[in-house]
Design a protein around this ligand. Structure first.
Ligand SMILES: [Zn+2]
Length: 319
């Protein structure tokens, strides 16, 4: 496994450093971590061009519990723009709107809601205010989730299997390759540039969150994605920067981590090692997570993943 990217510690320090509670220690640790990656908190949001008209967009997500990046995909065509996934609040959505306007004078035509979680949909009211006519697309499972949460911006078009959009001569495939992180997960594939935006099915260098996940189905979806003719595997969380080869290698690591989650759940459950919940999971001490404990968020996410696997094995996952 390669060195961790700047994910947890450094960005958390960055959050501290921008408040009045700045300490010399936080400064030192922040400086060291950022220097490691030649980054500053002011470097975000940032945009990476993947192919002509295709951009990965990355902003920070810093809450008391989380500190990493959340990614969107921007597709610019000569007949308008397509956005895949938003950001978590108005301020970050406003930055996203500015970036889109700098990339193209044409309007945003479609928004694909590949993840229905707050950190990807919270900013949609700001985006809708900027382009009221854009069409919002999600899976029906995600529509149901967002209706249940009284989200102000909901999909008006649904994709439960596959839909191909053609805009300005660019083909944009919206695919359901199986449930993983949210249960309503979609991915977006561009056949011409071979870009595959994985949304929350791909956590890069972060222990994946199974809080609402379906581990074995998630693994199956990842294997399907791995078999696709894609050059760029773009994560929903974790750095979107790097070469296609680096992103692909880290995607292979994400598949291995999910294989391990499924395998450790299946190995430990029959031994009688207990894990009734993520907060009460003595079995986690026996799990062979190995070097993956170095992934960002592993302390929270490893016991959660095991508890979720136990739910799967015991038939207790939501249908
Ligand atoms: Zn998320």
């Amino acid at each position: 496994m390669k060195q961790l990217h700047l994910t947890g510690a450094a960005l958390l320090c960055a959050a501290l450093a921008t408040t009045s509670t700045t300490t010399l220690a936080a400064d030192a640790s922040l400086s060291a971590a950022l220097a490691d990656h030649a980054l500053k908190i002011e470097d975000f949001p940032r945009t990476h061009q993947l192919a002509p008209g295709v951009y990965a967009y990355e902003d920070t997500l810093i809450t008391p519990k989380l500190a990493f990046t959340t990614n969107s995909l921007i597709i610019v065509t000569n007949d308008g723009v397509v956005l895949v996934d938003g950001q978590d609040n108005e301020a970050r959505a406003a930055s996203l709107v500015n970036t889109i306007k700098k990339l193209s004078p044409l309007p945003l035509k479609y928004v694909v809601m590949a993840s229905d979680h707050r950190d990807h949909v919270g900013g949609f009211p700001t985006i809708k205010a900027a382009w009221p006519d854009a069409v919002y697309i999600s899976s029906s499972a995600s529509l149901k989730t967002m209706q249940g949460q009284n989200r102000p911006v909901l999909a008006t078009e649904l994709v439960d299997d596959k839909r191909s959009l053609k805009l300005g001569g660019v083909e944009i495939q919206i695919l359901n390759i199986g449930r993983g992180h949210t249960g309503g997960d979609l991915v977006v594939y561009l056949p011409a540039s071979k870009v595959l935006f994985m949304s929350e099915l791909y956590y890069r260098d972060i222990f994946p969150s199974t809080i609402t996940g379906y581990p074995s189905e998630w693994l199956a979806a990842l294997r399907k994605a791995q078999a696709m003719d894609a050059t760029w595997y773009i994560p929903g969380h974790g750095f979107a920067a790097g070469t296609a080869a680096e992103l692909k290698a880290d995607f292979a690591q994400a598949v291995t981590v999910m294989e391990l989650i499924v395998a450790e759940g299946k190995r430990l459950h029959p031994t009688g090692a207990k894990c009734p919940s993520e907060k009460d999971c003595p079995a986690n001490a026996q799990a062979k997570w190995g070097t993956y404990l170095a992934l960002t968020e592993s302390e929270i996410q490893a016991p959660r993943a095991l508890a979720r696997m136990y739910m799967e094995i015991e038939g207790r996952l939501p249908k």
